[in-house]
Design a protein around this ligand. Structure first.
Ligand code: ZN
Length: 218
């Protein structure tokens, strides 16, 4: 554990050297424009992959970047971010090769987390008819990683937190992205929604585009 404290001291010193008023400024307030909802996977560090500093990104992470309507933790983060921090963008970001999605698809028995991952299985069932039979398992898992993101974007949009924000004219856009651990790049799933009446069309277009891409390359 000593190593972590040493690294922390070095980090704080480097930060101060780069920007002497950095911590002073952060102490006063945080004004992030973005809420990131991502996977807990240690290979997907939210701030780093989008090049944002502390104070610039409000973050919620859980296994498989899920937005479950009974999850008080995620909903509380969203409510605070939207109503008090007034973030302008909510980003749901998945990643390829997600262990949570893999465990759900393969129906692995891992313990308590199996219950959480039932939510990912629901996503698989929604799209089951379109998933390519006999396709390479890793490809299917990556496709479900993408489909899972767009389903979670819809789940964000369905909450009263976002609906009420839109009703009172507060600008909030919900986005669906996916991150490639293999190349460090984020991809936009063209699932950006700024108004309630956009949900259906944007969702269907994004889902069709994912299916088509995987059907072509499988
Ligand atoms: Zn993951």
């Amino acid at each position: 554990m000593k190593e972590l404290f040493e690294k922390n001291v070095a980090w704080a010193a480097a930060q101060k050297e780069k920007d002497p008023s950095f911590f002073e400024r952060l102490l006063k307030q945080q004004t992030p424009e973005y809420l990131w909802i991502g996977c807990s996977d240690s290979r997907v560090p939210a701030n780093e992959i989008v090049g944002l500093m502390p104070g610039e990104l409000f973050v919620h992470r859980n296994v498989a970047n899920m937005v479950v309507h009974s999850d008080l933790n995620c909903l509380s983060v969203m409510q605070y971010a939207v109503e008090y921090l007034k973030v302008k963008h909510v980003i749901v970001s998945g990643h390829y090769g997600c262990g949570g999605v893999r465990a759900a698809v393969l129906k692995q028995h891992l313990g308590l987390i199996d219950y959480w991952l039932l939510n990912v299985q629901d996503v698989q069932y929604i799209h089951q008819a379109y998933l390519t039979d006999g396709a390479d398992q890793d490809r299917v898992i990556d496709e479900i990683c993408e489909l899972n993101v767009i389903e979670q974007v819809v789940n964000v949009c369905k909450t009263n937190i976002i609906r009420d924000a839109w009703t009172r004219g507060q600008p909030v856009t919900v986005h669906g992205w996916i991150y490639g651990i293999a190349d460090g790049l984020l991809r936009d799933l063209n699932m950006s929604i700024s108004r309630r009446d956009e949900i259906r069309d944007v969702y269907h277009a994004a889902a069709a585009s994912i299916r088509q891409r995987y059907a072509e390359t499988t």
